[in-house]
Design a protein around this ligand. Structure first.
Ligand SMILES: *[C@@H]1O[C@H](CO)[C@@H](O)[C@H](O)[C@H]1NC(C)=O
Ligand SMILES: *[C@@H]1O[C@H](CO)[C@@H](O)[C@H](O)[C@H]1NC(C)=O
Length: 180
């Protein structure tokens, strides 16, 4: 197996082994253009409700985009322990949007997020189109049971032919209610 396949396999396994319920809180949500000439406008909004955090946002691009790659990593921090990287993967973002990955983890993420979008984006992404999502939240059932109570940092960055276009970051806390 290639390293990427192995990582995706491990992620799929984690999804399979999920139990509930848990609480996922977001404390910070940012989206930052690295190439400002690409964006007409963009936003990243975090709303806190009683037990849940919601994110909304939009992007309007100045030009059409194809062949996008996404690099995503997740680190968790527990008290008095070294920081731990759960994964770091680079995937073809257009293949994700076309739902072309057979991997269960990637498909699950796609379907859970696609529901919050105003449209199902396809590559090439259009210029001057408002891609937005409204009050998206993490389905707690997607969180692997093996993840301990922790704070987490989820990073995503978008590249075109290794040029960095934009990056986003989500910082939050994860608590398993049923845990000790
Ligand atoms: C929030 O959590 C409480 C206690 O676990 C639960 O009773 C309530 O239904 C939850 N509310 C929402 C909106 O999830
Ligand atoms: C895009 O849509 C979002 C969500 O409906 C809205 O808040 C935002 O103002 C719109 N931006 C532009 C530039 O049309």
């Amino acid at each position: 197996m290639t390293r990427l396949k192995l990582k995706l396999f491990v992620l799929s396994f984690l999804v399979e082994s999920c139990i509930c319920p848990q609480v996922v809180k977001l404390d910070r949500f940012t989206f930052d253009p690295d190439d400002p000439s690409l964006f007409v406008s963009e936003s990243a909004i975090l709303d806190q409700d009683f037990n849940r955090s919601y994110i909304s946002g939009h992007v309007v691009l100045t030009r059409e985009l194809n062949d996008l790659m996404i690099t995503s990593s997740m680190d968790i921090i527990r008290s008095h322990r070294p920081e731990m990287r759960l994964y770091k993967v680079t995937l073809n973002f257009c293949s994700i949007l076309n739902n072309a990955y057979k991997n269960k983890f990637v498909k699950t993420l796609y379907h859970s997020f696609a529901a919050f979008l105003n449209t199902r984006p396809k590559c090439p992404l259009k210029a001057n189109f408002n891609y937005s999502f409204e009050r998206a939240y993490v389905d707690e059932r997607l969180i692997p049971s093996l993840i301990p109570d922790c704070t987490y940092r989820l990073k995503m960055s978008f590249q075109l032919k290794s040029k960095q276009l934009a990056h986003m970051q989500l910082d939050g806390r994860y608590m398993s209610k049923s845990g000790p």
